[in-house]
Every structure is written in C-alpha cells, then in structure tokens.
Design a protein around this ligand. Structure first.
Ligand code: PMP
Length: 406
C-alpha cells in the first residue's frame, strides 16, 4: 500500500495529544473526523487574508472569497462527479440537507395519501425530517426493515413500492451497523417505478468513491466534518430537474432575484437554496479537505480501512463475550459491539480512562437498537490515520474491562 502512515498522522496535529497522560487513540471517526493541517491553515488564511462577505462585494477581498467559494463548489462537483456545479448546494450539514429536500420536495410533490419509504437503519437525521414532512402533507411513512445481519433486501423494497410512493430515503453506509448498502441497485429498482431516491452519504463519502452520475441518484447529501473538513458545512447534490421544480427552503438574502412588497422572484440554482450569508469560510476549507482526500486517493483509503476493519473484527471477536452488531457482507470501517452483561456506557467510560475514544449509545439510530432489543452499542470507527497498533490498544483495553467486571 503506497500509504505513508507516519506522514499522514503527522498531518493531523490533534493525533499527538495525550488524554490522561496516555496517547490519544481516536476511534470515534463516524461521529466526526479530525482535521489535517492544510484545512486548519486554510481557515486561518481566509480569516487573516481575505475574509469578506461573498457575492455582493465589488472590492478585492469579497471577489477573492467569492472566487474561492465557487471554486470549492467545482471541486465538490468533481468529487461527486455531478454534471453541473449549480446542482451542488451548500448547507450546514447532512441534517440540514435532508430537511431541505424533505420540506421542499414534500411541498411540491407529496400529497395526502402518498407514501415515503425510509429504511429501518436510518440515522434520525434521515428519518425525523421525513416524519415531519409526512405529517404535514398527510402522507404515510413506510419502513423498509433490515435483516439480523443488518442488510437491506432488494425484493422487500420491490414489494414496498406502490403507485403512491413519492420518494425513497436510504443511507449509503449505516453509521451504527457499518453496512454498505447496494444503492445503485436500490436506485435502479426505484427508477423503474419512477420513484426518486435520496441517498444519505454522511458515512460514505469519506470511505468510498461516490459518483452521482453512475449511481443516478436524485439527491445525495453529506457533512463536511465527517470528511476531515470543518463543522457547520455540508452538501446537497440534487438533479437540476428536481431542484428547479422545488420551492425555496428558506427565504432571505441571496436566494432572491427581485423583491417588492407585492412579489418576490427567486434566484437561479444553486442560490435559490442558499438563503443568507453562506458559510463561505468553511466551504473553502472543506474543498481543502476534499483535495487532501483526493491526493491520498479514495481507493487507497478504502483498501487501507478495509484492512483495519478485517484486522479489528478478527481481533475483537477473540474477546470472550464480545458480540458484533452488524454483520453485513459489505461493511465500512465501523465496528459496533457489546460485551456480554456490560452496559456500553460502562465499557466506553473505562476505555476513555485509557485514552481510547469510542462512542457508546444508540448512535442516533434508536430503531436499530429496538430491532436488536439492546440499549445501545460500543462503536469503534476507523479513519485512514488509524493503525493496527491502535486497534491492539482497543483490544487490550477491552480485555482489561472484561477482567475488571469478572
Ligand atoms: N446520517 C448519518 C448516517 C450520520 O451518521 C449522520 C451523523 N452522525 C448524519 C446523517 C447527520 O450528520 P450531521 O449531524 O453532520 O448533520
């Protein structure tokens, strides 16, 4: 693997931190990722060299910030292989992106008696916005259940789709089970019935190559902070044909073409959906994060993380009483597990004292926990800067936890 892990780790200043005098072992990457120096530098550069509100200015700094923002949009367009840069809309994150689509699409296309299909493994961010919209529009939410292994079955979806189905929302990668869903096949099935699909890519873009044209998805959303970029910035890709028909999500500056007290006309894409001063600083820094990922190569990242996953799963399964929740054949580098008789919170708290950061709880997927009848899981999620040695630390930590509670 042409992957210089020492150099990579050096790019992320936070990885040198110690927690309770122990070297940080950061295995909570599905919650948020750490930032390379180039991203931190970019934030500083914008604020110290050309911070000015974009799109409206005639002065140098405003023009520079505007150009950088629009260049960022193009970088993200290329990253997703979106046909047009105006199909890339900036939001606060994946959550806001899904709310935007649910509300706006719902207002235009969903009517009383219609149906929306959402899978059982969705993050609350890809469930609650659809519930809210369904209630508002008098529509019904239909659950696409997953199997005990944590997989979504395509024949089940085929049966769920009816002539009342208006949209399907499904995650590309599950944040609590690690499952990589067959989104291309899902979209093919949906499109045969003329149903559009929103893909929640919050856990996917940082792990695998995404090509929205090959997938032919109608909407794709993700968050910057999970792909080594800043918090407070996210992306919605939407097909022009849909976005042009959808009403604005929020009103305000920038999203208008002309305003009078009698009538307002709206700006063209993507600005129609970007009301108010956009988060241009984090947008510019997000593009820097994407460039960093591109330089490493998403295929290289996927291969390395897959090695970590296999190593981690094999090692953890040797721990007495450890059960992995989520055993799909195709998984991203996420391991959710429980230790027999122990509450995930206790496991996480003890690991923390060893400098090991994992997440515990429901991971904002309560229906997943209800499916398995468990209060939650411990989740270790790996990024390309993690190492097998860190997994060894997790393993040793868990053995100590088991010993402690014997
Ligand atoms: N979807 C999935 C699958 C996620 O894992 C997350 C974040 N945990 C979200 C959506 C929401 O992302 P954000 O909180 O950044 O908006």
């Amino acid at each position: 693997m042409n992957f210089d892990i020492d150099k990579i780790r050096n790019d992320f200043p936070i990885l040198k931190e110690t927690i309770y005098n122990k070297p940080l072992v950061y295995l909570d990457n599905a919650a948020t990722t750490q930032k390379p120096q180039v991203v931190l530098d970019k934030l500083m550069e914008v604020y110290t060299k050309y911070n000015a509100n974009i799109h409206r200015g005639v002065h140098f700094m405003s023009n520079k910030a505007t150009t950088e923002t629009e260049t960022a949009r193009k970088i993200i367009q290329q990253f997703l292989d979106a046909p047009n840069s105006h199909e890339v809309i900036f939001t606060r994150g994946a959550t806001e992106g899904i709310n935007l689509v649910a509300q706006s699409f719902g207002e235009q296309f969903v009517h009383p008696g219609d149906e929306i299909i959402v899978s059982e493994m969705e993050h609350h961010s890809n469930l609650v916005p659809w519930q809210l919209m369904a209630e508002k529009r008098g529509a019904t939410l239909k659950k696409w259940p997953f199997t005990q292994a944590g997989e979504l079955e395509l024949p089940v979806l085929e049966k769920l789709i009816s002539n009342k189905t208006r949209i399907i929302a499904v995650t590309h990668v599950s944040n609590s089970l690690g499952t990589i869903n067959s989104v291309k096949e899902i979209i093919e099935i949906a499109h045969k019935r003329n149903v559009p699909v929103l893909i929640d890519g919050a856990q996917a873009v940082q792990h695998l190559a995404v090509d929205v044209q090959k997938l032919d998805c109608d909407f794709y959303v993700f968050s910057g902070h999970k792909i080594y970029g800043p918090t407070g910035i996210g992306v919605v890709y939407g097909k022009e044909q849909w976005l042009n028909q959808m009403p604005p999500y929020q009103g305000g500056g920038e999203m208008i073409e002309s305003v009078s007290f009698e009538k307002t006309t709206f700006n063209q894409l993507p600005y129609k959906f970007e009301a108010g001063t956009p988060n241009y600083v984090d947008t510019i820094a997000l593009a820097e994060a994407i460039k960093y990922v591109n330089e490493l190569g998403i295929e290289n990242i996927a291969a390395y993380e897959s090695e970590l996953l296999i190593y981690g799963q094999t090692k953890l399964l040797t721990i007495p009483g450890l059960e992995i929740i989520g055993n799909a054949w195709n998984k991203a580098s996420v391991i959710s597990f429980n230790l027999k008789g122990l509450h995930p919170f206790d496991v996480g708290t003890i690991l923390d004292k060893m400098g090991i950061a994992v997440r515990t709880g429901t991971h904002c997927t309560e229906p997943v926990m209800q499916h398995f009848g468990i209060p939650g899981t411990v989740r270790a999620s790996f990024a390309f800067y993690n190492t097998k040695q860190e997994i060894d630390e997790l393993y040793k930590g868990l053995l100590k936890v088991v010993e402690l509670f014997k």
